[in-house]
Design a protein around this ligand. Structure first.
Ligand SMILES: N[C@@H](CCC(=O)N[C@@H](CS)C(=O)NCC(=O)O)C(=O)O
Length: 207
């Protein structure tokens, strides 16, 4: 049995959505980061960075932190969502999520939503970065249905971040290709289920 330590955030949702897509049974252990449970002694032992998500798989006697590492582990274990033909394109767009979509939109959340008014410079900087991230996705999805041709870990990693469009103050209607991709993925039963397995239960936002 797989144990997933998670919370209702984009990085947590990536993993539960992937597990639902795979159809692998798993147990969720809530780590309420709003109550600083990530710093509890017990969790510190399995998460060296005191962050969710962490996955534990008894079958292979493994504990993994970092959402990217967890997703690669699951894609390799089950041989899915990491297509052999489009392997490097999938890795490219997966890495784009890990290094740009997540970090920049995450900072936009901090400065535009949770701490607005504290730094004009940071608000402007991360608003511009967010728009740049969306323009990159928009261009990529102009001719493609999914980020790396087939539905893959690149889409599964990126989608829960785009689902926070209201918090990073992006009008999805300005990015029609992203909007089409977002809405199509939002209809997948595994996405609907995986979105709400930990923490606060919310409706998938739609513009
Ligand atoms: N690079 C990490 C980021 C994980 C991360 O930022 N997790 C957040 C929730 S989305 C967290 O645990 N925050 C609590 C904290 O930083 O104290 C990953 O992709 O797993």
């Amino acid at each position: 049995m797989i144990k997933l330590y998670s919370w209702s955030t984009p990085n947590g949702r990536k993993i539960s959505i992937l597990l639902e897509e795979i159809g692998s049974p798993y147990e969720v252990i809530d780590i309420n980061i709003d109550k600083n449970e990530q710093f509890a002694k017990k969790f510190s032992k399995i998460s060296p960075t005191n962050k969710i998500p962490v996955l534990e798989d008894k079958e292979n006697n493994i504990k993994i932190f970092e959402s990217g590492a967890i997703m690669l582990y699951l894609a390799n274990k089950h041989n899915c969502f990491l297509n052999k033909i489009y392997y490097w394109q999938t890795i490219e767009w997966f890495m784009f999520q890990m290094t740009q979509v997540g970090p920049y939109l995450g900072q936009a959340h901090q400065f535009l939503h949770y701490n607005s008014g504290k730094s004009k410079y940071a608000e402007l900087k991360y608003m511009e970065y967010s728009k740049r991230v969306y323009s990159t996705l928009e261009k990529r999805l102009e001719k493609l249905e999914y980020l790396a041709h087939n539905y893959s870990i690149a889409d599964i990693a990126t989608w829960p971040w785009v689902a926070r469009f209201e918090i990073h103050k992006i009008n999805l209607n300005n990015y029609p290709n992203v909007l089409k991709w977002y809405k199509k993925i939002a209809l997948r039963p595994a996405v609907i289920k995986g979105y709400n397995v930990s923490g606060e239960k919310n409706k998938i936002p739609l513009p």
